[in-house]
Design a protein around this ligand. Structure first.
Ligand SMILES: [Ca+2]
Ligand SMILES: [Ca+2]
Ligand SMILES: [Ca+2]
Length: 477
């Protein structure tokens, strides 16, 4: 009998499972606006006296400030164009408004000086930039307001860059379900479980990645309930968004490829290694080629092995990364150093640990030098935001018997990892040629630094910052 390394789910439990119709329907947040830039080459100017605008434009020109009116606005001010020699220059996305600062502080020095000059001019009541206001893309999904992790990850800003463009994320997990808030974003997956006992679907590998449940009594003598773990992970990445139902995903049009590698009592590394390669579009023996190769692989799975990364894992991961695929893995829920947790301790991966709503390391989150960064895993025993629910991550789920779909808060590095995978998919959507090395570099550079003392044992570079990551991605050549 060959021994197989069994990989368990990094699942920390379900706190408050809610049935669809019974969840408190809080009002959605309204789209907020704030100045995010200015129209280049334009200002709004108001003169003190009405009726002599042409004369004042001429006087300004004599002083070296060439303004030409585009139109008069309703309050008697003028929208004007200025020529470059007037010393005014700003770009649309050039404003980096600091906390406590203003958009004016964020203008470049030359423009500030020119505005000051105009504002001191005797006949001018005021001159100001023509700000660009944009709605933060806030989706209309029913329970978006309970998804506290979304704004805290700066996702609305990321959605101003892209909401996805059909980038495929392969989710190596328990398989897919017919959850209505998820199905629109599926592409063809596969059932990689070669052991029919683990699969529970009467056969070995087949082309139906349906999650038939992973409950049962295992070698440890414990009887596990069906987890529907893959469904919850899928929803975090790409729950059908802006459809007025349920939750929102990190990517609005990101595609999910469910590769079923976890069944009853877990899944084997050999199956997982095959799934990693197939996801990346690499030929796998006795398998049809993947019709929709993925750019991102999400593995909210692992085990505390206490050993170095197994070679089988490392080789499969290396092959996928060599194909330009980014591999995102959970750091594990052992509350220990991730150096003993695989695949988090493999090279070439992005390993994700979990923090609470208050940005301190979650009690279960693995830590240490192998961790790349943190995202929100939450803690369902706390309610720091006083919304009446434990502070987990809200996503799609089913009742234990698989008969009723609903939405539920869960916690774990399993929930933090798909937040990173979802953002990585947005990065690929914006720059399809981005490399895994660039992805990792940008994720680390763009983090929100954790508060002092929040993770003394090491949560990597800090907390995932989606908006900043997309901004840096946009700036790539
Ligand atoms: Ca099967
Ligand atoms: Ca939805
Ligand atoms: Ca709460």
């Amino acid at each position: 009998m060959k021994s197989a390394l069994l990989i368990g789910l990094l699942l920390c439990g379900v706190a408050s499972a809610q049935k669809n119709k019974e969840v408190t329907t809080k009002k959605n947040q309204h789209a907020r606006t704030q100045p995010v830039g200015v129209v280049p080459g334009q200002l709004i100017v108001k003169f003190k006296k009405k009726g002599n605008a042409n004369g004042i434009f001429k006087q300004l020109a004599k002083a070296g400030i060439n303004l030409s009116p585009i139109r008069e606005l309703g309050d008697g001010s003028f929208l004007v164009e200025f020529s470059e020699d007037s010393g005014l220059s700003v770009s649309v996305l050039g404003l980096d408004v600091k906390a406590g600062g203003s958009a004016l502080d964020a203008l470049d020095k030359k423009t500030r000086q020119a505005l000051d000059k105009l504002n001191k001019f005797f006949d001018i009541e005021y001159a100001e930039p023509n700000y660009v206001f944009k709605p933060y893309a806030v989706p209309n999904d029913q329970f978006y307001s309970l998804q506290w992790h979304m704004p805290k990850l700066n996702l609305p800003k990321a959605w101003d860059y892209t909401r996805g463009s059909n980038v495929v994320v392969a989710v190596l997990d328990t398989g897919q379900t017919k959850h209505p808030d998820l199905m629109p974003n599926y592409v063809t997956g596969f059932d990689f479980l070669s052991d029919p006992k683990m699969g529970g679907d009467g056969n070995g590998r087949d082309n139906d990645p349906t999650d038939v449940g992973d409950g049962g009594t295992c070698d440890d003598g414990i009887t596990y309930e069906n987890s529907w773990h893959g469904t919850h992970v899928d929803g975090i990445i790409a729950g059908a968004t802006n459809n007025t139902e349920g939750v929102s995903g990190v990517g609005w049009t990101t595609k999910i490829q469910n590769l079923r590698v976890l069944g009853k009592c877990g899944g084997s590394m050999a199956d997982i290694a095959d799934a990693i390669r197939w996801a990346a579009g690499i030929t796998v023996a006795n398998m049809i080629p993947n019709p929709n190769p993925a750019k991102v692989i999400n593995m909210s799975l692992g085990a505390y092995t206490g050993i170095a990364c197994p070679i089988t894992y490392q080789n499969a991961i290396n092959d996928a990364v060599a194909r330009g695929v980014t591999v995102v893995v959970a750091a594990g829920n052992d509350g220990k150093n991730a150096s003993g947790s695989s695949p988090a301790n493999c090279n070439n991966v992005i390993a994700v640990t979990a923090v609470n709503l208050n940005m301190t390391r979650a009690y279960y989150g693995n830590f240490g030098a192998n961790v790349t960064l943190a995202a929100f895993g939450g803690d369902t025993t706390r309610d720091d935001n006083n919304d009446g629910y434990g502070d987990g991550i809200l996503s799609d789920l089913w009742s234990e018997d698989g008969k009723e779909w609903y939405y539920a808060f869960m916690e774990g590095t399993s929930m933090a990892t798909p937040q990173v995978s979802g953002v990585v998919a947005l990065m690929y959507a914006l720059k399809p040629k981005i490399t895994p090395a660039q992805v990792k570099d940008i994720l680390k550079k763009s983090v929100t630094v954790l508060p002092s003392g929040a993770c003394t044992q090491g949560c990597g570079a800090g907390l995932l910052n989606a908006g900043k990551a997309l901004e840096l991605t946009k700036a790539l050549p």
